[in-house]
Design a protein around this ligand. Structure first.
Ligand code: NG6
Ligand code: CA
Length: 524
C-alpha cells in the first residue's frame, strides 16, 4: 500500500473528529460543496507534442508565448518534470489512471476506432474529482479509445463506452488524433453536429470503394501533403491514417479545432462557475497535421509548427481570461504540461524542420518524442494557484505525471479505492512548491517500451536491441543500445557520454530499481 493511501486511511478515520468530509463515501449530489481554498477548481492543460524548449519561458526562439509565460510567472515553472511515456496514448493512460501503461497491453498509440482502453472498472483522475462532488469535463484530444473492444464502432449511434464511464460528466473530444480518422468531434457519447445525410463509416484495413486517398489522389491534397504515411482518406484537403466515408457537416476543419475546443471549455467554465470543476483540457496543438487558424499564420518565424505554438498560447490565454472575468483566478489550480517530447517532421510536409532556425524544441535534451533519451519525456510543467502558491518560483524537483492522480486526490482530501492508481504517489508538496524533497527515482517509457530510470543525478537506459533510429522516415534517435547506458545528468544533460562501464555499481542499483518496480516490489 502506498504511503499516500495509508496516510489517507488514517486521516479518514480521524476526519469526523476534524469536521472534515470523508469524500467518496457520499453520493456526488449529497457532497456538492462550493469551491473553497481547500477545494480549488482544477484545470489540467495538456498540450500534445509540446517540447521542453517550445515555450518562451523555457527559452524558445522564434516564437513568443506571453500567456503561458504569465502563468509561469504567477506560479511555479518546473525544470525536471516528465511525461510517463514518449508517446500520447501511454502517457495519457498513465496520467488518468495512475498506473504505468507498460503494465498493460494495448496501451500503445491507439487507432481512431480502438475500443476504450481504460476499463470502466478502473478508478480514474476524473473519478477522484467526480466522487468528491466536482463537475468534471474532458475537452480536445482523447486518444484512449472509445466504444467496444473489437474496434468496430458504429459512429452513427451512441457509443457504448465513453469518458462518461470514466468519471467525466461532460466531454467534447476528438476520438484519437487529428491525423487519424474519424475526423469528427464526439460530444457526450455521440458525433457532434451529426449529419444524417452522410452516415459515417471507418475502417483501418480497407478503403471504401470509390473514395479518394492521399496515395492515389495527391491532386486533392490542397491543404497539406504527407511526408511519411498519412496517405489514406482525405478530409479537408489533408490525407490521414485510416479510411473514412461520410461525416458531412460533422467533419472538422483543422483550422478551427483550437477554436472549437477552447470555446467549449469556456462555455463549460461559465456554466459551472458556481461549483467546483475539474477540466481536462487536452489541446490538439501542436500535433500534426499542424494547420492553425489563418489569424495565427506568420505569428512565429518557424512556419506552421511555430504558429501552432502561438495558437496553443492563445487557447491558454482564453482560459485565463474567462477565469479572471468570473473572478475564479485565485482559487483555480492550473497545471500545464505536455503528453510527450517534441517532434519536428512527424509525417507531413510543413517545413517544421527547415524553419527551426535557432529554436531547440527539446531544449537542452537529447532525442525527441518516441525516444528513450530525455527529449522523449522531459516536458514543460507549470502550476499556478494564487491562493496557495507563491508567484515567481522555479523548481528543479524531479517529477513525473504518474504522481498527479494521488497528489490531486490528496489536495481535495479524496480517498482512493484500494488497488487504484497503483503507481501514483502523493507528491502534492512538490507540486505546490511546499516540499523540496526529490522523488528518489522516476520511470520513463520510450515508444518501443524501453524503460529508463531517472534519479536527480543519474539516467539509466536499459539495454535494447532495437534500431538506433526510428525506422519509418523522420530522423529521430530512439535511444536504443544493446548495452546499458548511464548518464550523469548533472554534468552531461545532453546524454553524450555513457558512464556505464565506469560505474557498474550504479548501473546495478538503477537496474535493480527497475526490476523491482516492474515486479511491484518497490514502493516509495
Ligand atoms: C505515428 C504517426 C505520427 C503520430 C504518432 C502518434 C506516421 C508516419 N506517424 O505513427 O504522425 O500520429 O503516430 O503521435 O503515421 S501521438 O503524439 O499521438 O503519440
Ligand atoms: Ca503526443
Amino acid at each position: 500500500m502506498s504511503t499516500m493511501k495509508s496516510t489517507l486511511l488514517t486521516l479518514s478515520f480521524l476526519s469526523p473528529l476534524l469536521g472534515q468530509t470523508a469524500t467518496g463515501a457520499e453520493s456526488p449530489s449529497e457532497n456538492k460543496q462550493p469551491q473553497t481554498a481547500q477545494r480549488p477548481n482544477v484545470i489540467l492543460i495538456y498540450a500534445d507534442d509540446l517540447g521542453y524548449g517550445d515555450l518562451s519561458c523555457y527559452g524558445a526562439r522564434g516564437v513568443r508565448t506571453p500567456h503561458v509565460d504569465r502563468l509561469a510567472a504567477e506560479g511555479i515553472r518546473f525544470t525536471n518534470a516528465h511525461a510517463v511515456a514518449a508517446t500520447s496514448t501511454p502517457s495519457r493512460y498513465s496520467l488518468l489512471t495512475g498506473e504505468y501503461a507498460w503494465r498493460r497491453t494495448g496501451t500503445d498509440v491507439a487507432a481512431g476506432n480502438a475500443g476504450m482502453i481504460i476499463s470502466p472498472y478502473q478508478y480514474t483522475l476524473a473519478d477522484v474529482f467526480h466522487h468528491a462532488g466536482y463537475t468534471t469535463a474532458a475537452f480536445g484530444k482523447w486518444h484512449l479509445g472509445l466504444g467496444e473492444e473489437s474496434g468496430t464502432q458504429d459512429w452513427n449511434a451512441p457509443l457504448c463506452a465513453t469518458p462518461a464511464d470514466l468519471g467525466f460528466d461532460h466531454h467534447y473530444i476528438m476520438a484519437a488524433t487529428a491525423d487519424r480518422v474519424p475526423c469528427v468531434f464526439i460530444e457526450n457519447g455521440r458525433v457532434a453536429n451529426y449529419d444524417p445525410t452522410a452516415p459515417i463509416e471507418v475502417n483501418y484495413q480497407r478503403n471504401f470503394p470509390g473514395e479518394p486517398t492521399g496515395r492515389d489522389n495527391p491532386e486533392l491534397l490542397y491543404n497539406q501533403k504527407p511526408s511519411h504515411g498519412h496517405d489514406q482518406s482525405i478530409i479537408n484537403g489533408i490525407s490521414r491514417i485510416g479510411y473514412m466515408k461520410g461525416g458531412g457537416r460533422a467533419l472538422w476543419k483543422d483550422e478551427n479545432i483550437a477554436d472549437s475546443i477552447t470555446t467549449h471549455a469556456i462555455d463549460f467554465i461559465r456554466a459551472h462557475c458556481d461549483e467546483p470543476f475539474f477540466i481536462y483540457f487536452a489541446t490538439n496543438d501542436v500535433h500534426v497535421p499542424r494547420f492553425p487558424h489563418p489569424r495565427f499564420r506568420g505569428q512565429s518565424s518557424m512556419g506552421l509548427r511555430g504558429d501552432a505554438i502561438v495558437q496553443f498560447d492563445w487557447s491558454v490565454g482564453q482560459i485565463m481570461q474567462v477565469l479572471e472575468e468570473l473572478n475564479l483566478t485565485d482559487n483555480t489550480l492550473i497545471i500545464l504540461s505536455s503528453d510527450n517530447g517534441p517532434v519536428v517532421d512527424d509525417g507531413y510536409i510543413d517545413q517544421a524542420e527547415e524553419l527551426l532556425g535557432e529554436h531547440q524544441p527539446s531544449g537542452p535534451f537529447r532525442g525527441n518524442k518516441y525516444s528513450a533519451y530525455e527529449g522523449g519525456t522531459a516536458v514543460p510543467a507549470i502550476v499556478r494557484w494564487p491562493t496557495r502558491i507563491h508567484a515567481g518560483q522555479k523548481s528543479d524537483i524531479l517529477m513525473s505525471q504518474i504522481d498527479w492522480m494521488a497528489s490531486l486526490a490528496t489536495l481535495i482530501d479524496a480517498r482512493l479505492p484500494q488497488n487504484s492508481a497503483p503507481d501514483s504517489y502523493n507528491r502534492l508538496g512538490n507540486l505546490l512548491g511546499e516540499d523540496q524533497t526529490n522523488r528518489p527515482w522516476i520511470i520513463e517509457q520510450s515508444s518501443n517500451h524501453v524503460l529508463s530510470v531517472r534519479t536527480p543525478k543519474w539516467k539509466y537506459i536499459e539495454p535494447n536491441d532495437g534500431p538506433s533510429m526510428i525506422t519509418w522516415g523522420p530522423k529521430i534517435e530512439t535511444g536504443n543500445n544493446p548495452v546499458p547506458q548511464l548518464y550523469d545528468m548533472e554534468t552531461d544533460i545532453n546524454e553524450q557520454e555513457s558512464l556505464a562501464t565506469q560505474y557498474p555499481d550504479t548501473v546495478f542499483q538503477l537496474a535493480t530499481i527497475l526490476r523491482k518496480v516492474r515486479a511491484r516490489q518497490l514502493k516509495l
